[in-house]
Design a protein around this ligand. Sequence first.
Ligand SMILES: Cc1cc2nc3c(=O)[nH]c(=O)nc-3n(C[C@H](O)[C@H](O)[C@H](O)COP(=O)(O)OP(=O)(O)OC[C@H]3O[C@@H](n4cnc5c(N)ncnc54)[C@H](O)[C@@H]3O)c2cc1C
Length: 196
Amino acid sequence: MVPWGGAGTSLTGAVSCDGCILIDMRGMNKILEVNTVDWYVRVQPGVILDDLNRELNKYGFFFPPDPASHYMCTVGGIIATDAGGMRAVKYGTVKDWVLALKVVLPSGDVIKVGEPLRKNRAGYDLVHLFVGSEGTLGIITEAWLRIMPLPRKRLRAFIAYLSDMESLAKFVYEVRSRGGVIPELMEYMDYYSVRL
Ligand SMILES: Cc1cc2nc3c(=O)[nH]c(=O)nc-3n(C[C@H](O)[C@H](O)[C@H](O)COP(=O)(O)OP(=O)(O)OC[C@H]3O[C@@H](n4cnc5c(N)ncnc54)[C@H](O)[C@@H]3O)c2cc1C
């Protein structure tokens, strides 16, 4: 049995299924709770990432990990693949934002691992065993995710043209260590990509 996030955007063939049963998770697409006191959201796995952020934005919050497939990938899919995007430079990947999970095991048992409390650390860290496990250990049916207030910022973007990879590495290092700012996102393109 292979859970299908709903979009099947995994680029690794993770949802390819030869003679197995695909479980379509799209119907489980409810946002169950937005907790602006303890800063978490409780959500079903079929919710599309952009829909989640649209809802959170109404409360002045957001969920930072931003895979480029944000307009179609699902919460279950991003947890199961530990997805990350350009904002990872500041906020990390999905693993840094999962507090607790409800999972249906291959035996049929339903378990809850973790707690929606940041300081909770009792026992084995089973939450992160499931994050990135690509559906091999069980099917995620509910998730408690950390959220953040929307940053109050004036957007500034800039482009730097650098001659080689070494200068690029130095540039990133300097910006992060001496610039006094933590960029929200960074992306580079090499000469050939720009020409294309
Ligand atoms: C245009 C495009 C841009 C992309 N950009 C990025 C990027 O910037 N960063 C990045 O990390 N990835 C990126 N990806 C890859 C992909 O979007 C991510 O891996 C995404 O997390 C997959 O989400 P999905 O909902 O489509 O999951 P699916 O592809 O449906 O499933 C992915 C895996 O998760 C498992 N799974 C799905 N739902 C559950 C569940 N409820 N319980 C347990 N397992 C489950 C599936 O079995 C499968 O193994 C991109 C893909 C595309 C097409």
